[in-house]
Design a protein around this ligand. Structure first.
Ligand code: NAD
Ligand code: TYD
Length: 403
């Protein structure tokens, strides 16, 4: 029996390695050096990402391999939120090495780091949905806190043993959220990197804990870390439990569009590919031990977002009966402890590293709606039994179920 499922996206020369792991055996996909393409898969030309089958990690891996020949080891547990369909265009790409594993599994991580010798580790893996964290916080503590801790320990061991030049060049980039800063009033200035941490949900508390661990591993052990705290993302491959994809999917299915409370909570939206470019920039030039807020200055009340999505669908996929999608909007019971407003001050990233988002909200949301209209199969595939169970639990049988 094998405990893990390896997926090798690169074709051609390759194989599997058996590694010891707590009484079970598992497989790790590997590739041999391919001189013809000038790629070294076991040297200092390699990054390792965690959570690369999720929304942001998946977009990051796709963008990375579209713009670079540097291969990626992608470590993902494939929870309900991890989806290999997102990475299907990488079939046959020798630069993508996928390994199904938990970031909390020291034996696997130690072995992968020793084998692939990445020059950087980027940690996207997390439980990420606030509503799920309210229903069941345990997984959030396990992955976001314990998992990050074990990942940090594994990376520290690997990094400590590197030769001096490689040790100096190595980076651990931790991907975090603006939600660690808590909630703003209407008149408060946007979150800067010096804001106090005041997390309010089990999700944001677990992410805050992980940020503190990353900080401590830098200050105590000298681990070369970078942390990014980003605002709400939207774009392709977004799991339809989050606001924007849920609204698109429900609207098209003729289902209610569930708006929590009065719909006047404010989020600050960033197109996912702009988040990916910010991470690449911080990885390239960020100052060790620093945190960088990432955002696009796009504060919007939820109800405005829902109306924008409805208007785009009215234009791009008008309903046969001539009615407007906004008639499907349904106000539902508010989320417990619902943060009222998030807003990111991204001036440090712009001033120090010259990063700016490429998309406006208007261009990004249009691309997003167009992507969902063009990819109904991706949506259908993620609406598994587990997905239907979740929407039934969260919204009852009618209000939120997209299928
Ligand atoms: P997601 O839920 O879409 O994806 C998370 C991925 O991590 C999935 O592929 C899942 O299978 C994997 N994963 C979960 N637990 C794991 C474990 N124990 N070991 C290995 N893999 C595991 O999340 P996302 O929206 O892509 O978010 C990615 C990161 O960005 C998270 O750290 C999140 O806190 C942060 N972030 C998200 C947003 C946002 O708006 N989505 C904004 C700012 C920051
Ligand atoms: P979400 O996409 O879950 O992201 P986060 O909670 O991390 O900000 O939610 C974005 C906002 O949309 C948040 O204020 C909650 C609200 N919301 C709804 O009103 N209805 C919904 O069905 C969902 C999923 C979210």
């Amino acid at each position: 029996m094998f405990g893990f499922c390896p997926i090798l996206h690169g074709g051609g020369e390759g194989g599997y390695t058996d590694l010891p792991q707590s009484g079970t055996r598992f497989l790790v996909a590997y590739l041999l050096v391919n001189d013809n393409q000038g790629l070294s898969f076991s040297g200092w030309f390699m990054i390792l990402v965690t959570g690369g089958a999720g929304f942001i990690g998946g977009n990051f891996v796709l963008d990375w391999l579209a713009g670079s020949s540097e291969p990626v080891v992608n470590v993902d547990k494939l929870t309900y939120a991890g989806n290999l369909d997102t990475l299907s265009s990488l079939q046959g790409n020798p630069g993508h090495i996928f390994v199904q594993a938990d970031i909390g599994d020291r034996a696997v991580l130690d072995a992968l780091l020793a084998q692939h010798k990445p020059r950087a580790v980027i940690n996207f893996a997390a439980e990420s949905h606030v509503d799920r964290s309210i229903h069941g916080p345990e997984d959030f503590i396990q992955t976001n806190v314990m998992g990050t801790f074990r990942l940090l320990e594994s990376v520290r061991q690997y990094w400590s043993a590197l030769p001096a030049a490689e040790k100096e060049a190595f980076r651990f980039l931790h991907v975090s959220t603006d939600e660690v800063y808590g909630s703003l009033s209407q008149t408060d200035p946007a979150f800067s990197e010096t804001n106090r941490y005041e997390p309010n949900s089990p999700y944001s508390a677990s992410k805050a804990a992980s940020d503190h661990l990353v900080r401590a591993w830098h200050h105590t052990y000298g681990l070369p870390v970078l942390t990014t705290n980003c605002s709400n993302n939207y774009g392709p491959y977004h799991f339809p439990e989050k606001l924007i994809p849920l609204m698109i999917v429900n609207a098209l299915a003729g289902k209610p569009l569930p708006v929590y409370g009065d719909g006047m909570q404010i989020r600050d939206w960033l197109y996912v590919k702009d988040h990916c470019s910010a991470i690449r920039r911080v990885l390239e030039a960020g100052k060790l031990g620093e945190t960088y807020n990432v955002g696009g200055w796009n504060e919007k009340p939820n109800i405005d977002i829902v109306h924008t999505v409805c208007a785009l669908l009215d234009e791009l996929r008008p309903k046969a009966d001539g009615s407007q999608y906004a008639t499907q909007i349904t106000y539902v019971t508010d989320r417990p402890g619902h943060d009222r407003r998030y807003a990111i001050d991204a001036r440090k990233l712009e001033a120090e590293l010259g990063w700016k988002p490429a998309e406006t909200f208007e261009s990004g949301i249009r691309k997003t709606v167009q992507w969902y209209l063009a990819n109904p199969q991706w949506v259908a595939n993620v609406q598994s039994g587990a997905y239907r169970e979740w929407v039934g639990k969260q919204y009852g049988t009618t209000a939120g179920a997209a299928q």
